[in-house]
Design a protein around this ligand. Structure first.
Ligand code: FAD
Length: 390
């Protein structure tokens, strides 16, 4: 049996960010993951990517993670163009307006996970364990984790960073509010005839948004095409060429003809919000605590902020000689991050609702809203600062 102060179940972007942020603290940490922490990266871009905002980029640089990313797999974007398919409403953002190099970065999830894993492996106070958690036994002073490799981990605090179907959340009995977004997201890599120009594009159609996220290759983009379920299923059924033509038409040929450069994958989109995040001996972060619509690319960003906030909170408690496992001391973290997640859930609901459908009033609001906002530098600045995580 191994004894640690903190056992993190789940080594996705969020669990590993937490482990990395606990570097050099007096806390002993175990990260437990079913899958190997790192995986080989093929030459072709992987399907799952995330837009990482500037605040998290800076945090990852401070943790020594950003420097480990291979340059060729990090795509900074300098411009953002958002428009409404059925109106003249559009808005442009430029990094130069904020005197910054990039508005954000598109990175394959596994590439970022690998860099985080490398950093975590170099930490003296963190041990990584590749195993699934079979059973959790909660005692008054400590929690025991029975692993499927027959090991047992005893910890003061169990952190659930184990994703949307979190076993830790279920074990803790934290209730969730959830709702089917009635959207499915199709992800794929596409090749564009014209270079993407380091611009992240998003078009809102009445059936849902389509994002083209620029990759390091100037002619490759990752798409996230969220559509009402029946329409998404129909798009998945289309032959590759027909799919590419529909895609090209949806973005008004903004980058010339588009062709598929990968297979397509479809994800069901569900809003989940845990109504409790902490109790004695247990806390949850990331997708274990919330899942949101990917239309603004904020899920992982939000989760990484949970992880960073929890790391600071736990180190403060430890330095003050307080018991890190007591709910009364975890409440401040829980309250603060629940509020941020709730605001994000509400914002995504608002965007989705406003940009969906053919209601003439909504059409007017979105077209004039986008056009006005595009003319108002102060409002535009506020919006982009939010997207960058400031
Ligand atoms: C189509 C799409 C596009 C998106 N785009 C963006 C974007 O551009 N920007 C952004 O910020 N977010 C984006 N997101 C959201 C983002 O992908 C998630 O919020 C993020 O991956 C969540 O990370 P996590 O570490 O909390 O969970 P996960 O990535 O789900 O990781 C959980 C880990 O826990 C492990 N695990 C689970 N159960 C156990 C167990 N019992 N024992 C051991 N290990 C276990 C799993 O193997 C996994 O490694 C997008 C989401 C979707 C669906």
């Amino acid at each position: 049996m191994q004894k640690v102060d903190i056992a993190i179940v789940g080594a996705g972007m969020v669990g590993l960010t937490l482990a990395a942020a606990l570097a050099n603290s007096a806390l002993r940490v175990a990260v437990i993951s079913q899958a190997p922490l790192a995986a080989p990266i093929p030459d072709q871009p992987l399907l799952r990517v995330s837009a990482i905002n500037q605040v998290n980029q800076q945090a990852l640089a401070e943790l020594g993670v950003w420097q480990r990313l291979p340059d060729k797999r990090v795509a900074g974007y300098r411009h953002m163009h958002v428009w409404d398919k059925d109106s003249f409403g559009h808005i442009h953002f430029h990094a130069s307006d904020l005197s910054t190099d990039n508005l954000g970065y598109i990175i394959e999830n596994q590439v970022l996970t690998n860099a985080l894993a490398e950093q975590v492996d170099s930490l003296a106070n963190v041990v990584s364990i590749q195993a699934g958690v079979d059973k959790i036994l909660t005692g008054e002073q400590e929690t025991m984790l029975m692993l499927d490799n027959d090991d047992v981990i005893a910890c003061q605090l169990l952190v659930g960073a184990d994703g949307a179907n979190s076993m830790v959340r279920r074990h803790a009995g934290f209730p969730i509010t959830f709702r089917d977004y009635a959207h499915n997201a199709i992800v794929a890599t596409v090749k564009t005839a014209q270079p993407h120009g380091a611009t992240a594009r998003q078009v809102f159609t009445p059936q849902g948004p389509l994002a083209l996220l620029p990759l390091a290759d100037p002619h490759l983009c990752s798409i996230v095409w969220s559509q009402q379920t029946a329409r998404a299923e129909a798009l998945m059924q289309q032959e590759e060429q027909a799919f590419a033509q529909t895609l090209t038409a949806t973005i008004n040929s903004a980058l010339g003809p588009v062709t598929l450069a990968s297979e397509r994958h479809m994800f069901t989109l569900t809003m989940r919000y845990a109504r409790q995040w902490a109790d004695n001996g247990v806390v949850i972060v990331g997708d274990a605590a919330h899942t949101i619509h990917p239309l603004a690319g904020q899920g992982a960003n939000l989760g990484m902020q949970d992880a960073l906030a929890l790391a600071v909170h736990l180190q403060n408690l430890q330095q003050q000689g307080k018991n890190i496992s007591r709910h009364r001391y975890l409440r401040a973290f829980e309250r603060a991050r629940k509020t941020e997640a709730m605001k994000m859930v509400a914002a995504m609901d608002g965007f989705k609702h406003l940009f969906e459908g053919n209601n003439p009033l909504k059409k007017l609001v979105r077209s004039s809203g986008l056009a006005f906002t595009n003319q108002l530098p102060a409002v535009k600045r506020k919006l982009i600062e939010q997207a960058m995580g400031w």
